[in-house]
Design a protein around this ligand. Structure first.
Ligand code: ATP
Ligand code: LTN
Length: 335
């Protein structure tokens, strides 16, 4: 596509951490939208490796997860030729702008972030400064590219609001520069819960593998995990606040099939939990089968992958450098 037509489009941007195996929570809450938005927006997508090390990652494992996350983005249908798809640490402007933004962000506002509270409770031995200032780096990711829309799951809403506040404050203090982004959160699938504890979100860094279903889990494992999903002692497939386990499964079925919760309830009227869980496993496995096939091909060719992420970093750097230098100029640095 020619440069002018491309730049007339609005820009969508989002990142994903290589902090474990990508789950159906990530897929239904965010990645599915990433794919769909490609037809309408100029898209910038990245593997957020800098964010991932806010929780200790074993180096060997981190390296392989960065590769596999990048390959999975291609396998789900992200097009690195038409859009910009890269690895965050390959573009140094992220950490550079993050510093400028840190000096325009208050300690008090960072202290209110629920993800910081949750993750510091989960890793009391490693409450590092990076974990605390994580949302500032995320704001830099978004603001470097003048992003209009940010497709994420519901858990990232608070971080997006902070990014908007930081942009507004920077513009007020130094003059108009940064685009204030809008969140783009899906109606179904925005918060997929853990299969073992539906009061928590499904998270790829959860130590219990039965709590999540990975996009690359084999079919039999997917079905087994759904069969083991925690539900209540009732047997009626019905959405209800006091039935969080079954409500989560209805939500997953509905996000995968596009049917409303009411339609799902009707379809499974009189059907027991066991059969319903198996049916959810089946539709999820069917949805993932083509992605798994495509991933198996893509991950084989490391050289082709490398060429794509290097090209992605070059494209991203061209945009990021401009915003970063403009921001530095406004702040008063000698360039
Ligand atoms: P971690 O466990 O390391 O925090 P995560 O599974 O929460 O990882 P992220 O990389 O933080 O995944 O998120 C990638 C995208 O997936 C984000 O847009 C996030 O909002 C979305 N997402 C993550 N978990 C869920 C979930 N359970 N339901 C819906 N969307 C989710
Ligand atoms: N914090 C996000 C990952 C992330 C992101 C971003 C999402 C890093 N930078 C920029 C959207 C835009 C997460 O934990 N899901």
């Amino acid at each position: 596509m020619c440069e002018t037509a491309q730049s007339a489009k609005k820009r969508a941007l989002s990142f994903i951490q290589p902090s474990g195996l990508i789950t159906i929570g990530n897929y239904l809450g965010a990645l599915k939208n990433w794919v769909e938005m490609q037809s309408e927006f100029d898209c910038i997508y990245a593997v957020a490796d800098l964010h991932a090390i806010t929780v200790y990652q074993e180096p060997q494992k981190l390296r392989s997860q960065i590769y596999s996350t990048y390959a999975l983005l291609l396998a789900i249908g992200i097009d690195p030729e038409k859009h910009t798809v890269f690895i965050q640490s390959h573009v140094p402007y992220h950490t550079q702008l993050a510093w400028l933004l840190s000096c325009n962000t208050q300690f008090g506002e960072m202290s209110r972030m629920t993800q910081f509270k949750d993750k510091s409770a989960k890793h009391p031995e490693n409450v590092n400064v990076g974990l605390f200032s994580y949302p500032v780096l995320m704001a830099a990711d978004i603001l470097l590219y003048n992003s209009d829309l940010v497709p994420v799951g519901a858990d990232q809403k608070q971080h997006l609001e902070i990014a908007r506040d930081i942009a507004g404050r920077f513009n007020n203090r130094y003059g108009e520069l940064l685009t204030v982004p809008e969140p783009y959160i899906p109606e179904t699938g925005a918060s997929i819960k853990s299969l073992q504890d539906p009061s928590k979100k499904m998270s790829k860094s959860d130590d219990n593998p039965n709590s999540w279903v990975a996009v690359l889990d084999p079919r039999d494992v997917i079905i087994k995990k759904f069969k083991r999903a925690v539900t209540d002692s009732d047997s009626c497939v019905r959405l209800s606040d006091d039935k969080p386990g079954i409500s989560n499964l209805i939500g997953i079925y509905s996000a995968v099939t596009g049917k409303s919760a009411g339609e799902v309830e009707k379809e499974f009227e009189g059907v027991g939990y066991g059969d319903f869980k198996a049916a959810v496993g089946e539709v999820v496995a069917d949805m993932l089968a083509p992605v798994q096939k495509s991933y198996a091909e893509i991950i084989k060719d490391k050289a082709a992958l490398e060429a794509l992420y290097r090209q992605g970093a070059e494209k991203a750097s061209r945009i990021a450098a401009k915003t970063c230098y403009k921001a530095m100029k406004k702040v008063g640095f000698v360039l």
